[in-house]
Design a protein around this ligand. Structure first.
Ligand code: PLP
Length: 454
């Protein structure tokens, strides 16, 4: 512990608290139905919260702050497998020692949030760890933001300043870039910007077509060429999620991405990769590293698993003073956790072909193969994905049926979320804390639910 106030007494309390909290949290290690006497509490709190928010929730879910590994408890006492973890935030699993420690350490500090004007040690140390992790690429700087959307806005501003007046951007169909005024235009789904004025110029080209892999690159390059032919080269950059999260995990190959990035460089466009969802979840810390694309990346955005958000950029893209700033970097606890998470992941056996993430992916795919060729034959038309980003379809993969299925799955003890439209997929953003016995149980519940609903 190197931050905030320190003394032998604090250290002693710290050690005791850390142990007691972990021991208490570890009790939440199996699924269980709601307590009869607490059902009403959950229903009434959610109803009130829905009033406050002005809209309903998809799941009857309000967490109690208790949970361990893949398990999370709700305020009605029910415990479920959390396989979506806050849309991809808790990669390490609930009440991971790193989270507990980061919070306790932050409590010894004199502040809650760190910011840009008067710096603290935590953002400095996290930046060092992050820049070290990207040293094989041209990325040299990291700037904090308080959301993935704002990290993307920062990326766009940096690119615009460098390429002014070439403000037009190339993005991909089915992409998701966030909810800010700029990012709602980069995001492909028009339903997410209903009633909004068009604020930034973006053209969307097709992403990798996994149903026609032989022509995927040719078709994307053709669409890119057409843009330049029709509009002239008025573009600043190409932005892409290598693994499209909200689309249900659509991703291409190294050759596909290399072809696109070579095209971008040949036309003087910067390569901006959105890793807000994919960061830390594939076979390397960054998906661009997994695909061996280090030399092409000019700007990369991250969030979620890091517990903080931000933008990496090259020396060439370092913006002029005044362009990017803001009050907050993030909380002391999140900076602290971010540093420990990156170190833990890089020092542990998580990445590479023999790493834990690949092993987890293989186990899930083996179970899906078994189910889809036996008891659930014809009911799982698709399963796939990479690393801890896996998805599958059930029945006709319609939105209606998929929603019904997910709600039943929730009732039966597993939390997931959907992605994509026609087909709609059920998405897992898996925590690393899954043991074989958990995976067995998860697939028994999946099998039971598929047979109940489909
Ligand atoms: C690829 C991608 N980019 C950007 C964002 C936006 O991040 P945030 O919700 O933190 O603003 C998300 C969020 O899901 C995302 O998946």
């Amino acid at each position: 512990m190197a931050i905030g106030v320190q003394s032998a007494e604090i250290q002693e309390h710290f050690n005791k608290l850390f142990t007691s909290i972990l021991l208490e949290q570890q009790k939440y290690d199996h699924i269980k139905p709601a307590d009869e006497d607490k059902k009403e509490l959950l229903a009434s709190k959610l109803k009130e919260y829905e009033q406050l928010k002005g809209r309903g929730f998809f799941y009857q879910f309000m967490a109690s702050g208790k949970g361990h590994g893949p398990f999370v408890e709700m305020i009605d006492g029910s415990i479920k497998y959390d396989l979506i973890n806050g849309i991809g935030v808790n990669l390490l699993g609930h009440s991971h020692p790193i989270y507990i420690k980061a919070n306790l350490e932050a409590a010894t500090s004199d502040t809650m949030m760190t910011g840009n004007l008067l710096s603290y040690q935590e953002p400095y140390e996290l930046s060092k760890v992050l820049i070290e992790a990207v040293k094989k690429s041209p990325l040299r700087h990291f700037w904090f933001s308080c959301s993935g959307s704002f990290a993307n806005d920062t990326a766009l501003k940096i690119l615009w300043q460098k390429k002014a007046p070439n403000y037009r951007l190339i993005a991909f169909q089915k992409s998701f870039a966030g909810r800010s005024i700029a990012m709602q235009d980069v995001t492909y789904n028009p339903a997410y910007r209903e009633g909004m004025p068009n604020s930034i110029p973006v053209d969307h080209v097709p992403h990798y077509n996994y149903q026609d892999p032989n022509n995927a690159l040719k078709n994307t390059l053709q669409a890119l060429d057409n843009l330049i032919k029709n509009n002239g080269n008025i573009y600043c950059a190409i932005t892409i999620e290598l693994i499209q999260g909200e689309a249900g995990f659509i991703f291409g190959t190294k050759e596909y991405y290399t072809g696109i990035f070579k095209w971008a460089k040949a036309h003087g466009l910067y390569v901006w990769i959105d890793e807000v969802q994919s960061f830390a979840r594939t076979h390397q810390l960054f998906a661009y590293q997994m695909f061996g694309l280090d030399k092409y990346v000019d700007i990369v955005t991250v969030g979620k698993v890091l517990q903080a958000c931000g933008t990496f950029y090259s020396e060439e893209l370092n913006p002029k003073p005044g362009l990017i700033a803001g009050t907050f970097n993030g909380s002391v606890a999140s900076m602290n956790a971010g540093k420990a998470i990156v170190r833990y992941l890089l020092e542990g056996n998580f990445y590479g072909e023999n790493g834990r993430i690949k092993e987890l992916e293989n186990k899930f795919k083996d179970h899906f193969h078994r189910l889809s060729t036996s008891s659930c034959k014809g009911k799982i038309p698709y399963y796939g994905g990479v690393g801890t980003m896996l998805s599958f379809e059930v029945g006709d993969a319609s939105l209606e049926l998929t929603n019904k299925f997910m709600k039943k799955l929730f009732e039966n003890g597993i939390i997931t979320f959907s992605a994509g439209k026609e087909p709609t997929r059920i998405r897992f953003l898996l925590p690393l804390a899954l043991l074989d016995e958990h995976i067995q149980e998860i697939f028994s519940i999946l099998e039971k639910t598929i047979l109940e609903v489909i």
